[in-house]
Design a protein around this ligand. Structure first.
Ligand code: SAM
Length: 220
């Protein structure tokens, strides 16, 4: 029997919620329930499965990472989803954040710049039975205009500034959550709420994400 199959992932998943999310004030019941349901170990490389529920990001290939469980929960909570919404994710990576969103929202559209990551995420999400998550390969800094406007947008990579295209694809009353660079002061997870033709921007917390590379992001 391999180590992986002898690990009780259900127990690790429950402990992740109880020890990493609830004590840090993640309180949205739908978010906590989604984190209890989604098998995070299916989204990480086989040799790292035993660490899938640990309190840190893990490598997934292409020098990219699956984000720390707390960060995924926090970004999802920021969108205040009630169920049935249309959500855009920029940076599919492993597909884990998309699965968490897919548990709550109606439809999830997710853009990834690396084809092999997008293909793998699509495969895992398909095997797990998600039918409401749609992935495309491309530059997510430009959003996915075919399905706009969105109730919520999550950007899972660090931007130099807030991409105008994403703000334009947000519904009135919708929220965009995005790590934004603050020069020498690192990145700040930033919440942008669209109110008519204006926006309200607030800081959530300091964070560290891989760079958002694209036309309205960092240059390659
Ligand atoms: N949400 C992911 C998950 O659950 O595994 C974490 C993704 S990782 C922290 C950030 C991802 O953003 C990487 O896969 C990276 O390739 C992707 N990325 C960076 N710039 C991008 C862009 N302009 N468009 C789409 N994806 C981008």
């Amino acid at each position: 029997m391999s180590y992986s199959t002898s690990v009780d992932f259900g127990k690790l998943k429950a402990a992740m919620v109880a020890e990493q999310l609830i004590p840090r004030n993640i309180s949205d019941k739908a978010v906590l329930e989604a984190c209890r349901r989604v098998p995070r170990h299916e989204f990480v490389p086989e040799k790292l499965r035993q660490s899938a529920y640990s309190d840190y990001p893990l490598p997934i290939g292409e020098n990219q990472t699956i984000s720390q469980p707390y960060m995924v929960a926090l970004m999802t909570e920021c969108l205040k989803l009630k169920g049935g919404e249309k959500v855009l994710e920029v940076g599919t990576g492993s597909g884990y954040q998309a699965a968490i969103l897919g548990e709550i929202a109606g439809e999830v559209y997710s853009v990834e710049r690396f084809k092999d990551l997008a293909d793998n995420a699509d495969r895992v999400l398909g095997l797990l039975g998600y039918k409401n998550i749609h992935i495309k390969v491309g530059d997510g800094t430009l959003g996915w205009s075919d399905f706009a406007p969105y109730d919520g947008i999550v950007v899972t990579a660090g931007a130099p500034s807030i991409p105008e295209s994403l703000v334009k694809q947000l519904k009135d009353g919708g929220s965009l959550v995005i790590p934004v660079d603050r020069g020498g002061f690192g990145q700040v997870l930033t919440l942008v709420e669209r109110i008519g033709q204006t926006t309200r921007t607030s800081d959530i917390c300091a964070c560290t994400f891989v760079p958002l590379v694209g036309k309205e992001g960092w240059a390659e």
